[in-house]
Write a protein that binds this ligand. Structure first.
Ligand code: 5GP
Ligand code: ZN
Length: 117
């Protein structure tokens, strides 16, 4: 059964390879690439290949895939930084979500501040 994708979705296009990105890791179920507007020395987006709109939809639809996204995030932080990181899933426009294909922001490589609002 093929995975669900959205032809209008930016991150589905990056998964498909029709929009370029600097990919830093890939698994059969997820990919990770550099954020185009990094907020820290390491700022990587980890994206399941299948299209889910947000973290709650992913958690409900395929909890094992969410666990895979978390595991890949941890691996990337070890490979690209010191293994310490913040993993952020913005959910909804008021939380700052602008791409409606779930993605974890893996942020680190520096001592991080805390000013979510
Ligand atoms: P959100 O605001 O939805 O949580 O995160 C979307 C992220 O995607 C933003 O941090 C933004 O910089 C990043 N982004 C938007 N368009 C592109 C793109 O075309 N390529 C890459 N690599 N990142 C993008
Ligand atoms: Zn998508």
């Amino acid at each position: 059964e093929p995975i669900r994708t959205d032809p209008e979705c930016l991150f589905c296009k990056i998964v498909a390879g029709t929009v370029p990105a600097t990919i830093v890791a890939q698994t059969p179920e997820a990919i990770a690439f550099r954020d185009i507007n990094p907020q820290a020395p390491m700022h990587v987006l980890v994206v399941p290949r299948e299209h889910y709109g947000d973290i709650a939809q992913l958690a409900a639809g395929d909890p094992g895939l969410l666990a895979g996204v978390v595991a890949l995030s941890d691996q990337i932080a070890g490979d690209l930084a010191d293994g310490q990181y913040r993993l952020i899933f913005n959910s909804g426009p008021h939380a700052g979500q602008s791409v409606f294909h779930v993605h974890g922001h893996v942020i680190g490589g520096a001592r991080l501040g805390w000013s979510p609002a």
